[in-house]
Design a protein around this ligand. Structure first.
Ligand code: PFF
Length: 454
């Protein structure tokens, strides 16, 4: 599978390649790093319920809408809107998506860099015999430093750019096939270890027993942002991948399968993490460092923990890279197709620009830690603006576009592969993207900025 050739539009070679690439985009740090800490900050079970509702009601329809736009448009996200709605300003969705891609790539590379450091730490057996306090201290010392977090961030960005440049060859298809199930297997083993720790019950209750008094407007917005981030939707990554999908593939199945896999993996990560958080008396609401304290503590308590730790962090880094390439590809496809710059130059320029923003993000955990923008650090601003504002806003406009602007016949044509497939759920899909999704997203927005009070 090659994401894109040098000049002509290349495409995915097999149904399996598409699933791997799309699931590879969705499954990443969002599931294993972001999901647990956002659940932790937003009170647990009630958040999870709202999150699941959003995946089903908004996430899958938005993903399907992106696939439809991408395959119909056969272009990057900006170009697809210009082609499908010539002379109208819908390309703004593309511009917003490119802005979101830069912001996400900036902080994604910070966190992925932390993962690379933890590969080295686990190789060096650094967690052995450490108390959970000293593991917390180890993380604090590392991520508030300057050199190593920046070093790993640069390495991660080079890895991402290199894969985009090389094109994602058959090898990755093969590896993904083995590695993703491996990651799931490992998470399962860790979940079992975590649940069987003394004091673990509190964690399961936290995750699965909803306390509805926790639900505020902010929790709804956080759940919406997390759902969009985790599924890679709202900024055109799936539009871009959709444009590489050939006409014979069933878009509905892809959207459903990828969303289900992504959600199951996030829940599994939650089951691996929260019981341990409670068993080790850690704070579920401690924020972005959560997994970097908890996971080493779990490995320490496992027979063969050394190997599990090494394998786990390697797999996490691979999961991160298969996501980050989809983020960079949004920008690169735009630059190549619209600005007519070679793929090589486009990749180097885009990665360098994202890295530039990323450096500020990484330093917001150390020397720029006192920069405060509306109560948030630089990391916080990038994450909040991209995940909670730009992605849902992009999703809102995307469903309006497919529901109200595209011709119903064209949408049906994409969903049914020109009539070859029966589309049973069309009226439900159409109703959701026309009415339910736009209204729901608008209400959550208005509610969270206080204009509407529900
Ligand atoms: N979905 C990815 C994750 O969960 O790690 C992150 C991501 C990829 C977000 C692509 C947005 C995107 F367009």
């Amino acid at each position: 599978m090659s994401l894109s050739g040098n000049d002509g539009r290349d495409g995915f070679t097999s149904k399996f390649g598409i699933l791997c690439a799309t699931a590879g985009s969705a499954i990443g740090l969002g599931n294993i790093w972001r999901f647990p800490y956002v659940v932790g900050e937003n009170g647990g079970g009630a958040f999870l319920l709202v999150y699941l509702g959003f995946i089903l009601l908004l996430g899958i329809p938005v993903m399907l809408s992106e696939l439809v736009i991408g395959r119909r448009g056969q272009r990057n996200t900006f170009g697809a809107f210009r082609k499908l709605a010539p002379g109208k300003p819908w390309w703004i969705i593309g511009v917003m998506g490119i802005a979101a891609a830069f912001m996400i790539l900036a902080f994604y590379s910070t966190i992925a860099g932390w993962t690379l450091e933890y590969i080295v730490k686990s190789f060096a057996n650094a967690f052995q015999g450490q108390s959970s306090e000293s593991l917390a201290e180890m993380f604090r010392e590392f991520h508030t430093g300057i050199f190593w977090p920046l070093f790993w961030q640069v390495i991660f960005m080079i890895m991402t750019a290199w894969i985009i440049l090389a094109g994602v060859k058959k090898g990755i298809e093969k590896y993904a096939k083995i590695l993703m199930p491996f990651l799931v297997g490992l998470l399962l083993i860790m979940a079992i270890r975590s649940i069987t720790l003394p004091g673990a019950m509190g964690g399961l209750q936290f995750l699965f027993k909803p306390d509805f008094s926790e639900l505020t407007a902010g929790v709804f917005l956080a759940a919406l942002g997390q759902a969009f981030f985790s599924l890679s939707i709202g900024m055109g990554a799936i539009i871009t991948y959709g444009s590489y999908i050939s006409k014979g593939n069933n878009l509905t199945t892809i959207a459903a399968e990828v969303s289900i896999a992504d959600t199951l993996i996030a829940i599994l990560a939650g089951v691996a993490i929260f019981p341990a958080v409670f068993a080790f008396n850690l704070d579920p609401a401690e924020g972005p460092g959560l997994i970097f304290h908890v996971l080493p503590s779990i490995f320490q308590q496992m027979p063969g923990g050394y190997f599990f730790a090494v394998i786990f962090f390697v797999l996490l880094a691979i999961a991160a890279v298969t996501s980050s390439i989809s983020i960079l590809e949004v920008v690169v496809a735009f630059v190549v197709e619209e600005l007519k710059i070679s793929r090589r130059k486009a990749t180097i320029m885009s990665a360098t620009a994202a890295l530039f923003v990323g450096v500020f993000c990484t330093l917001s955990f150390s020397s720029l830690g006192n920069v405060n923008i509306g109560g948030l650090t630089i990391f916080g601003v990038l994450d909040f603006t991209a995940s909670n504002i730009l992605l849902p806003l992009g999703g809102l406009l995307i469903v309006i576009f497919v529901g109200w602007v595209m011709m119903a016949a064209d949408v049906k044509d994409e969903l049914s592969n020109a009539g070859a497939l029966k589309i049973r759920l069309y009226s439900a899909f159409n109703f959701i993207i026309k009415f339910i999704a736009p209204v729901a997203i608008a209400i959550i927005f208005l509610n969270s900025i206080g204009i509407l009070k529900i």
